[in-house]
Design a protein around this ligand. Sequence first.
Ligand code: PLP
Length: 361
Amino acid sequence: MARKQIFYTAGPAELYQKFEEYLQEAVDNQLGSISHRSGQFKKIYQHTDEQLRTLLNIPAENAIMFTGSASEIWERIILNCVELESFHLVNGSFSKKFYQYAAALGRHAHKMEKPMGEGFTYGEIEVPEYAELIATTQNETSSGVQMREADIHKLKRSNSDKLIAVDMVSSAPIPDLDFKLVDTAFFSVQKSFGLPAGLGVWIANEACLEKANKLKNEKGLSIGAHHTLPELWSQSKEYQTPATPNVMEIFLLGKVAEDMNKTGIDAIRKETDRKAKLIYNFFENKQGYSVSVQKEALRSRTVAVIDTEAPSSEIINVLKEKNLIVGAGYGPKKLSQIRISNFVANSSEQIELLLAEMDKI
Ligand SMILES: *Cc1c(COP(=O)(O)O)cnc(C)c1O
């Protein structure tokens, strides 16, 4: 069999090394057929919940809930946590979509917008007085810009009357978020957890739950029909879900998170930083390429976006011949950028291999 392709794409992405082994375990345990009301399922949910709490340092009072995708959670957050006004930091396609979801749901959505490649620091952000929720994107996958954890934390501290939401879809578990400050955060599994798409993970605190209950019970407003926060919350406390969930993926996520805990999140974060440095150093010194994000501190640790002098499609095709799959730029940047994932599943050897091959082009 020909050598398999290696994916350096920002999601779906390279699969976790032991994915096949754990998938086989799921098949052997007939997880596609067990009842989601069974004790066996509750144990799977509980295990995944516990491993994620350890990995991301999530307090006991927060709920960890499962959805179909991360973008579904954009809608849930707006429906459950915003009555009238939300505020969005927009600097690329994903943060913009979160903003557009709020507007589509009839909320007065405010935004502070920056061009692709730029990011936000605490001092420059002015939050509209009546915004109930601040929506941040920790890792803007379209442009390779991160928002530093410290800036997110300061933003909450100085706006403690508002909820803060963090899209960490393409960076979790790398950001070291303080869940005593962050009210809600979310991710999906096809990015840095190295699993097939089909599961969203929603973390929320009691302030979010109170807000949803207030909108529904005191104000008599709709918080949606499908998977409302109070419903997901109360079910999650029993390691249950309102509807039939993706049992297999919940199982796989628990296995991957358990392995990550065995390695230790500090070691994983350090290794991610080390690999990111390799990538950025390489392109800073390579003719024909430049790192798209100017401010070093705002460069993503998990998705590197590189400007290319030649059309990126040419570079991507040369690499594809070698079974190395690299992503194009996003939207308008399709032909002038490449995007390289630096997820947990992208091993040091894989990153070195890619850079060595690119050096030959
Ligand atoms: C991929 C991505 C999403 C959407 O995730 P889905 O699982 O496809 O819904 C949202 N935000 C960011 C930053 C992403 O990278």
